[in-house]
Design a protein around this ligand. Sequence first.
Ligand code: SAM
Length: 175
Amino acid sequence: MRIKVVRLSHRLFRDQRITTHCALVSRAFGADGFVYSGERDTKLEATTRKVASNWGGRFSCEYADSYMRFIKAWKKNGGLVAHLTVYGLPVQKVAPKLRKLRKPLLLVVGGEKVPPEVYQAADWNVAVTGQPHSEVAALAMMLDRIFSGRELEKKFPKARLAIVPQERGKRVIRK
Ligand code: SAM
């Protein structure tokens, strides 16, 4: 299944680390691309692209001027939308439906304030527990539930760097 993640309302400096982590988690946990809106952040884009080029696989990182326009265009092109929010339906109830989808899925991760139109546009509003926590954790758990753990075995072709798992210590192969 093709999955993209969109992160809303990025703020330079305040959100740089957390939005970068959203992008890296999206890639590592099996999504195909990351989109963010809010303040343009060339450092975030460069970091994400550098990780993708060093560690392999295909992964896009794009900026969207308007997230609402992006979400509407995604739906118009036949895609579906799941918005991660503490107010949504439990992930354990929604994930089995998402797993069966045959259409591209957009996962929406909020920012400081998420307007009602995002909740309306979403095909599913999904909560990862009924407790407020972090966009990074919600995203990781959502992707893991959709892929049922198969993302843990994902291959990243054409990597320049690869880790050889060790019981202790570090081993990295440079190609
Ligand atoms: N107060 C903000 C709002 O109006 O939605 C939420 C801030 S929260 C730190 C940022 C994002 O993390 C949320 O928009 C949501 O995407 C995600 N998030 C936090 N807790 C969540 C949960 N329990 N389930 C799903 N997503 C969650």
